[in-house]
Design a protein around this ligand. Structure first.
Ligand code: FAD
Length: 474
């Protein structure tokens, strides 16, 4: 009897635990659910859904070569996933269901319901920890609670990796052909969408992801600690969409980095050590999501910060969204997001802090906007990044440490190349002025570039007051 392997954010055939375990137990039929309504509710970006479908098409081919058909079911809401899958299991006389765990609240509710439904029907049902190096809840303080400070989490994570390094699994063995045909990859107009440029920037498939990893290891990994904060350089891996959709696994990334460092994790090359650190931030935020599920419901990690008097200013919010705040580095960053579905990490921090501190607009507005536009949108990392920037999260930036978008731009885009690329209207400005908002004299000139939305020192003071007063009322 066949085993069902339910694919979700693990769109790869290599090093995929659920797929391998299912295959060990018999012939496999892979399944994918199209869940329009839930995806809409979760604000998944059209570009991300397009990326899923493109990767699914590539995976379908790969699976077909191994004799594994891919069935695609329409199941608009996750609440109905158990029924949809049971029906398929009945149709194919399947023996069991296998999938890799996902860690958001809704994902866990959906998965628990499926495990229960299958077992009640007398079928096998197994979920595997595959997405992370460490299952959530497995790295704890001495008193048995989740770490709230990243550096302590990291220390234990590294020590644990030294003791037990998770290995990568081989691609499953080919199976004799089944009399079950694959379904066509659906077209989802309005829900899935990307421009030709975006598709070219983010090619689909495991081979493309592996090539990107290899290129990064060869060209940029050793200089990563010096170049990672420079949006004008190609200094980071740009693997986040592939990691978020599971086209590549974190184990594959970790092993590749260690191979470039004579097998070392936390000694030797600094670039490798720093990159491993980033992979561990990814772990940290997913562990936080599970240990403190209120963050999964868009509540502040630190409840006292729920009392911040955020401003309701739709015009300022829209200017930020569209890259028209009058601060060149912020606007260039926001336009990079709209055009490519991705934004450099330093700029995510800068633009998030500008929204939450200088504009004093609720971090949840920014979190939503990012989720609606990011090709790598991931609840844990996005929420973690926003709460870090807004000083509402665990181990977050202290509220009084507010980035200055002009000096940050001078430091991390020293020649203004990044700003000029995304703001062609400023291309002719000299480097000495490129990072600054337009001086008053220019405001009446021909430039289409807007004046600054806020004044930095006054808006900074307003944010300090909002957070300070909060402390007094605590
Ligand atoms: P690299 O520098 O090459 O890092 C390698 C990988 O490590 C990344 O691909 C990513 O998977 C992980 N990683 C790196 N930094 C972080 C981090 N701070 N937190 C968690 N994981 C990290 N990352 C997402 O994957 N999805 C999001 O939705 C997301 N939203 C963010 C929102 C804000 C406000 C902030 C400040 C950060 C956010 N990040 C998010 C984290 C980070 O910005 C991106 O992971 C990174 O920019 C991706 O580029 P890269 O692949 O070149 O990263």
């Amino acid at each position: 009897r066949v085993q069902l392997c339910w694919l979700r954010n693990d769109l790869r055939s290599h090093d995929n635990k659920a797929l391998s375990r299912a295959r060990e137990q018999g012939p496999v039929v892979a399944v994918w659910l199209v869940s329009e309504q839930t995806w809409r509710e979760h604000l998944d970006a059209p570009m991300k859904i397009d990326f899923w479908l493109r990767n699914l098409a590539s995976l379908q081919q790969r699976l077909q070569q191994r004799g594994i058909p891919l069935r695609i079911l329409h199941c608009p809401r996750w609440q109905d996933a158990a029924d949809c899958l049971l029906q398929l299991a009945g149709e194919l006389q399947a023996a069991g269901l296998h999938f890799n765990a996902e860690y958001g609240i809704h994902e866990q509710q959906r998965d628990d319901a499926c495990l229960i439904a299958f077992r009640q029907a007398g079928l096998q049902a197994d979920s595997y920890h595959d997405q992370l190096l460490f299952p959530p809840g497995s790295l704890l303080t001495r008193s048995g609670s989740m770490f709230k400070v990243y550096s302590q989490f990291r220390k234990l994570a590294i020590a644990t990796l030294h003791q037990r390094l998770p290995r990568c699994l081989a691609e499953p063995e080919p199976q004799p052909p089944l009399a079950i045909s694959s379904d066509a990859i659906p077209q989802l107009p309005g829900l899935a969408d990307a421009s030709a440029l975006q598709r070219q920037l983010w090619p689909a498939g495991e081979a493309a992801a592996q090539q990107r990893l290899q290129q990064f290891c060869e060209d940029s990994l050793h200089a990563y600690s010096e170049q990672r904060d420079r949006p004008d350089l190609d200094g980071t891996s740009r693997l986040s969409p592939y990691l978020a959709s599971g086209v590549i696994s974190v184990r594959q990334c970790l092993h590749a980095a260690m191979r470039c460092n004579q097998g070392e994790l936390d000694s030797g090359n600094r670039g490798v050590q720093t990159w491993v650190n980033e992979l561990l931030w990814r772990e940290f935020y997913k562990h936080i999501l599970v240990a403190y599920p209120h963050v999964s419901r868009h509540r502040a990690f630190r409840p006292e910060t729920e009392a911040v008097a955020w401003r309701n200013d739709p015009k300022a919010l829209e200017a930020w969204q569209q890259g028209r705040t009058g601060y060149p580095i912020i606007d260039a960053a926001m336009r990079q997001l709209l055009a490519t579905g991705w934004m450099h990490n330093r700029l995510r921090m800068l633009s998030a802090m500008f929204l939450t501190k200088n504009l004093l607009i609720d971090w949840r507005e920014g979190e939503r906007w990012f989720m609606q536009h990011l090709i790598d949108g991931d609840l844990a990392a996005n929420n973690g990044g926003w709460q870090w920037s807004a000083s509402t999260g665990t181990d977050a930036a202290p509220y009084f440490r507010i980035f200055n978008p002009v000096t940050q731009a001078q430091k991390f885009d020293p020649n203004g190349d990044f700003i000029r690329h995304w703001l062609p209207e400023l291309a002719s400005r000299p480097t000495s002025l490129i990072h600054q908002p337009l001086p008053a004299a220019d405001l009446f000139g021909a430039s289409d570039y807007p004046p600054p939305l806020v004044e930095l020192s006054a808006s900074r003071q307003r944010a300090l007051d909002a957070f300070k007063n909060l402390g007094e009322t605590r």
